[in-house]
Design a protein around this ligand. Structure first.
Ligand SMILES: [Zn+2]
Length: 298
């Protein structure tokens, strides 16, 4: 009996391990994405979402995960859904977990697109990030084959891409999660990929953020005719999650400033914030990281 129990524990553990990788989920006709991954390990791209829009003339990829290995996993999953040519890759922004898989797609002829400011960011820090990958909790062997593939097309405000029977709009409202964060809107489906402008049920990464621009961007997304939002991290979302994100940002900023002014240390501030902030099931450790990066004078 005890042995049976042990065996079933092993079986359940194996099952869990095998399903820890999210699968590409159909979000709407011609739109698929990873959503709501539960394994936020660095080698699993911190559970970043990535997806595709399929048109008559080809495929547009939204974000590429953290490494060549992760990009390849994504490409293999795309090929289970469509054999059409992958023409474009959009980087919603160029943080490593959304853009270091670019090389997998440029090797098969895709053009990478981003906002000008995030193209510059990747040009400035991409090579160093890869060289110092241990700082992000990654091992060199997890990055085998990964190369920096800079966007070859970049824009400042808005870009429309016609995939044949699907039109995709790339829109940058204001500096937000990064200076050049953009959203990928599929107007006919009332759907958008928000990149890391939205984290749902996942503590957000705030270090490179512009809070006033971020709030403005969230307000503009709330005013759009949109029903489904694929966040940068977390499950398929909607407008109530945009509202929750805005409240989180404002609360975090106000309280972190107050606590930092009392000259508390980072761990104490993070512990206090954890009590005050709305509960999110993923990435608690991000709170302390954000405090250190934004609110404590060095
Ligand atoms: Zn990010």
């Amino acid at each position: 009996m005890k042995r049976m129990f042990m065996l079933s524990v092993v079986a359940v553990t194996l099952l869990f391990t095998q399903t820890a990788f999210a699968e590409l989920t159909k979000i709407a006709d011609n739109v698929y994405s990873y959503v709501g991954g539960k394994d936020a390990a660095p080698a699993n791209s911190f559970a970043a979402n990535a997806g595709i829009v399929i048109g008559r003339d080809g495929v547009l990829v939204v974000d590429t995960l953290i490494s060549a290995k992760e990009g390849k996993r994504f490409l293999d999953d795309i090929r289970k859904v469509t054999n059409k040519q992958i023409k474009y890759v959009v980087n919603t922004h160029t943080h490593l977990d959304h853009a270091l898989g670019n090389c997998v797609f440029t090797r098969i002829g895709a053009a990478v697109i981003s906002h000008t400011a995030d193209r510059k960011l990747m040009e400035r820090v991409g090579a160093d990030t890869l060289k110092n990958i241990g700082n992000y909790g990654l091992k060199p062997e997890e990055m085998t084959g990964t190369e920096i593939a800079l966007p070859s097309l970049y824009f400042s405000d808005r870009l429309t891409i016609d995939l044949g029977d699907e039109t995709v709009e790339l829109i940058r409202v204001a500096p937000s999660h990064t200076e050049g964060s953009v959203i990928v809107s599929v107007p006919a489906k009332k759907l958008l990929f928000s990149g890391d402008i939205l984290f749902t049920d996942f503590h957000p990464f705030l270090a490179d953020g512009n809070f006033s621009g971020w709030v403005k961007t969230l307000d503009e997304l709330m005013a759009m005719d949109v029903e489904k939002i694929i966040p940068g991290h977390g499950p398929l979302s909607g407008k109530k999650d945009l509202m929750a994100m805005k409240e989180y940002l404002e609360l975090f900023d106000t309280k972190a400033r107050e606590l930092a002014a009392k000259e508390m240390d980072a761990d104490a501030i993070a512990a206090e914030l954890k009590q005050i902030l709305p509960k999110r099931s993923m990435a608690d450790w991000m709170i302390g990281y954000n405090v250190k990066s934004r609110y404590l004078s060095k």
